[in-house]
Design a protein around this ligand. Structure first.
Ligand SMILES: NCCCC(=O)O
Length: 236
């Protein structure tokens, strides 16, 4: 039987006119038994592209969601935007949620999942909340801090309920959970590290980058295996 097709969002290097995807995302999906399908931008994003897929990974990147998307004016500390990418990922995320297609949001992808559901972000953790320590120096494929996982959640079922060692590469974070959004992990300083939508079969967001740890940590690999298994279940 063919592997479940997992759509993976891309970053556009506008200066070079090139789409980019960190190899670790594709490798993590492949290792979990899925077939990564790169999704270029376009009006078809939420429709025809997603119809090709049984699952979706909304990847992270060095840009911020326009604060207007969560009803706020831009404040100091908010970073550069990529409106075309956000529009594409927004359409994909909305379509995946509406179609109950399994979705994994990573870093900025988790933040998008929250905002699509009506949540809001810390525009900058240091300036908004006085919370530093979430931008680890290179290398970024090694653990940086631990997160506490809420028992009984999807994340706990996948990775186990014990504290999980994660990497950390972000300056924003979920401030207000959106409608139906459950916080399933927090750092010691209270920063939201994972969210999920219990009303759907598989809608999970993680603030760290499990794709960079999945080759060495079975608990991180289990997050991708869970996505691919949920995509497999969708086909039955
Ligand atoms: N906001 C983009 C995702 C990474 C970060 O928060 O820095």
């Amino acid at each position: 039987m063919r592997r479940p097709r997992i759509g993976v969002t891309l970053d556009l290097d506008e200066a070079r006119g090139e789409y980019r995807l960190g190899r670790a995302y594709a490798d993590a999906v492949l290792r979990a038994g899925g077939l990564p399908v790169p999704l270029p931008y376009g009006e078809e994003a939420g429709g025809a592209y997603l119809a090709l897929c049984e699952g979706l990974v909304v990847t992270g990147g060095a840009f911020d969601i326009p604060p207007e998307r969560y009803g706020e004016a831009r404040r100091p500390g908010c970073g550069p935007e990529k409106p075309e990418r956000t529009a594409c990922e927004w359409a994909l995320c909305e379509a995946a949620l509406a179609g109950r297609i399994p979705l994994l949001g990573i870093c900025g992808g988790m933040q998008l999942l929250d905002v699509v559901r009506g949540g809001a972000l810390h525009q900058d953790l240091v300036q908004d909340a006085g919370l530093g320590g979430h931008e680890q120096p290179p290398p970024r494929d090694v653990p940086h801090h631990r997160v506490a996982i809420a028992p009984g959640t999807l994340l706990a079922r996948l990775a186990g309920p014990e504290p999980l060692s994660v990497n950390s590469s972000h300056h924003q974070a979920v401030r207000t959970p959106g409608a139906g959004v459950l916080v399933s992990a927090r750092a010691d300083d209270g920063v939201v590290e994972a969210i999920e939508l219990p009303d759907l079969p598989f809608a999970l967001g993680v603030q760290w980058h499990p794709e960079r740890l999945a080759a060495s940590d079975p608990r991180q690999a289990a997050i991708f295996r869970g996505l691919v298994q949920a995509a497999e279940d969708l086909r039955r």
